[in-house]
Design a protein around this ligand. Structure first.
Ligand SMILES: Nc1ncnc2c1ncn2[C@@H]1O[C@H](COP(=O)(O)OP(=O)(O)OP(=O)(O)O)[C@@H](O)[C@H]1O
Ligand SMILES: [Mg+2]
Length: 629
């Protein structure tokens, strides 16, 4: 993937990662803040709800207190006899009719017998006429103060209600009767609901009595009629234990996480530490809803920002890369030998410097390249001239050698004729002279033959083909050893030694080396002659090794000179042209020949059939950039 794709991708990744991190931090932080703000609101709502309820109950109590004061004198005077009841009836009817907070009012004796009920229509519904067994009634008589009850089912309405009981005392302070009013609970749920004004949706409050029974519920007032037990509600539980506070809890009824505030409070006129509880709650997801909006906004912003930035960095990297593309093209062209290309598109100081450096370099390389070409051309011309001269020389020496044969034969023929014709007339000295002339002529003839051989080797066409050096060597060794079957010799020649050479010339070369090896191991029992190949300077060198008499390495360079010999003619016959031919044939293949030896131990003669130049040329040709000449 190119940099112009990777960089934008990277920047998008970085921005999105950053956005996610920021969102997580902000959301966690936001949750904390929202929750504590919500807690404050809930606590405030709970307190106001409690205050409203207190006020409502206080209202009920005040109404009953007022009625009690009105009727107290008649009852103190006459007890609860018919006369007294007749006197108070009117006041109670009015109190009940005018009340906005009471469902009904009962007047009972201190034994709990109901003497009077308002509105009177409820009279028929009374299935019992006593309320003496009610706890709140007993409390009111005992404590002689007003009492607010927990939730209970009233006798006349058979509905859940809360009662306020006001004792009527005689002059000595003893209770003589109890005035009781049943508080209209439906309004309590609404009293809370009034608090909804200006409040956020989803939050609601509820009241329970000291046992956890629902007295008022802003959302589901039916819970009151059903006498639902909220004992298990965590807020209620805590408030019933006397605590006040806020918490996050799992609502077993709603089956959601809720935030809630709670507090216990004594309804007006509570006795014996009796408390009610008020709770204000909201589902957590409602309370934290703004977080959702907030995180969606952040995600959208991050997305837009990432896209813009990606586009920007894509354009930026493209701009940055275009000079690089040009540089790449320039270097590619230079690699193919074209130094004429120059970088033109330059942006920014760094690229300008790079381009200048490249252009300078390309200029200099181009110059050098031209110089080299010129030199090569000169070299080629010189070479051609040299080759021409060499050929002329070769032709000259060949024709001289060739032309020398005829006069030499004439000398030999006529000296032979002299010997034959004059016979004894020559005398002893004359005979000896003629013998010497004829010997010299033979030697000269042999020399001329050798020179012709060398000349032929130099002039012959060279045609390379795949050959097996081993096979040629085996064939030659067979011929050589056949000439002296009595000699013991070990020949070590691998089955196959592949080479690329002119087979005729290679045979002449090997023939000379094997002749020498055979000749100079004459004294060895057995002779050992080995043909092989090895890597030398990265080229394949072939060798012929023997365990013969060897030679002194001091004269190693003399050996390859024409007619140079290190051994006497009497001991080892020969004219000394063999190694010259070897060296010439190797050279004609582009290779060379050399030797190593230890006197008395043996010699190794090496030759190669290609040169380093060949190798270079082959490589150049293989890479397609070579110029042959
Ligand atoms: N295998 C060898 N061991 C020792 N000396 C050698 C060996 N081969 C060549 N020489 C020395 O190098 C000299 C030159 O060898 P070269 O083959 O050129 O000539 P030659 O064998 O004497 O004669 P020609 O090959 O012309 O018949 C030899 O006379 C000999 O002194
Ligand atoms: Mg020889």
């Amino acid at each position: 993937m190119g940099l112009s794709i990777r960089l934008p991708l990277l920047s998008v990744l970085v921005i999105l990662t950053f956005a996610v991190l920021v969102s997580v931090i902000l959301i966690l932080e936001g949750r904390g803040t929202l929750t504590s703000v919500e807690y404050e609101h809930l606590a405030l709502s709970a307190r106001s709800y409690a205050a409203a309820v207190q006020f409502y109950i206080q209202n009920a109590k005040d109404e009953l207190d007022t009625a009690a004061q009105i009727i107290a004198p008649a009852i103190r005077a006459n007890g609860l006899d018919a006369h007294a009841l007749e006197q108070v009836q009117g006041a109670l009817t009015a109190a009940s009719a005018n009340s906005t907070v009471l469902d009904f009012i009962e007047l009972a004796g201190i034994d709990g017998t109901i003497a009077l009920i308002e509105p009177q229509t409820l009279e028929q519904k009374l299935y019992t006429r006593t309320i003496g067994y009610r706890r709140w009634f007993q409390d009111a008589v005992r404590t002689r103060t007003s009492v607010v009850s927990n939730l209970f089912i009233t006798v006349p309405t058979r509905l859940p209600a809360v009662a306020v009981a006001v004792p009527i005392l005689d002059n000595r302070g003893n209770a003589v009767a109890v005035l009781e009013g049943a508080i209209r609970l439906g309004q309590l749920s609404q009293a809370g609901a009034l608090q909804e004004d200006g409040r956020r949706a989803g939050r609601y409050g509820f009241l329970t009595d000291g046992h956890g029974l629902v007295i008022a519920h802003q959302v589901t007032p039916r819970f009151v009629a059903e006498q639902t037990d909220f004992n298990a509600e965590p807020t209620v539980q805590r408030a019933l234990q006397g605590d006040q506070g806020t918490l996050t809890f799992f609502d077993p009824v709603e089956k959601t996480w809720m935030l809630g505030a709670y507090l216990p409070f004594p309804p007006a006129g509570a006795v014996g530490g009796r408390v009610w509880t008020v709770s204000f709650v909201v589902p957590q997801d409602v309370a934290l809803a703004p977080i959702g909006v907030f995180s969606r906004t952040i995600a959208a912003l991050a997305g837009v920002f990432a896209l813009v930035f990606a586009a920007f960095s894509f354009l930026f990297t493209r701009r940055l890369m275009s000079p690089l593309d040009q540089l790449t093209l320039a270097v590619q062209k230079a690699g193919m030998g074209d130094f004429s290309y120059r970088i033109t598109e330059v942006r920014g100081e760094e690229f300008a410097r790079l381009s200048r450096a490249y252009n300078d370099m390309a200029g200099q390389l181009g110059q050098k390249d031209r110089t080299i070409q010129e030199h090569q051309d000169q070299l080629r011309q010189t070479n051609a001239r040299l080759e021409e001269a060499n050929k002329e020389l070769e032709a000259f020496s060949y024709s001289v050698s060739h032309d020398l044969r005829a006069p030499l034969r004439a000398i030999d023929d006529f000296s032979h004729a002299l010997q034959e014709d004059l016979g004894d007339g020559l005398g002893a000295d004359g005979k000896q002279y003629i013998d010497r002339i004829r010997n010299a002529v033979r030697t000269m003839g042999a020399l001329i033959e050798d020179m012709l051989k060398l000349s032929r080797v130099s002039r012959a066409d060279l045609v390379r083909e795949p050959v097996d050096v081993g096979a040629i060597a085996r064939h030659l060794v067979g011929e050589i050893s056949a000439g002296a079957p009595e000699r013991k010799a070990d020949f070590v020649i691998p089955p196959r030694i592949p080479a690329l050479a002119d087979p005729r010339l290679l045979e002449i070369l090997l023939g000379n080396l094997l002749d020498n090896a055979w000749k100079f191991t004459r004294t060895r029992q057995p002779a050992r002659i080995e043909v092989g190949q090895q890597e030398t300077d990265g080229l394949t060198a072939f060798y012929v090794r023997d365990n013969g008499v060897g030679f002194d390495m001091k004269y190693v360079n003399k050996l390859f000179g024409a007619f140079q010999r290190l051994h006497s003619k009497e001991e080892y016959e020969g004219t000394g042209i063999g190694l010259v031919i070897v060296r010439r044939i190797a050279a004609r293949h582009g290779g060379r020949a050399w030797a190593e030896s230890v006197v008395g131990e043996g010699s190794t003669f090496y030759f190669t059939l290609s040169g380093k130049e060949d190798r270079l040329e082959q490589q150049l040709r293989a890479s397609g950039g070579g110029q042959s000449g």
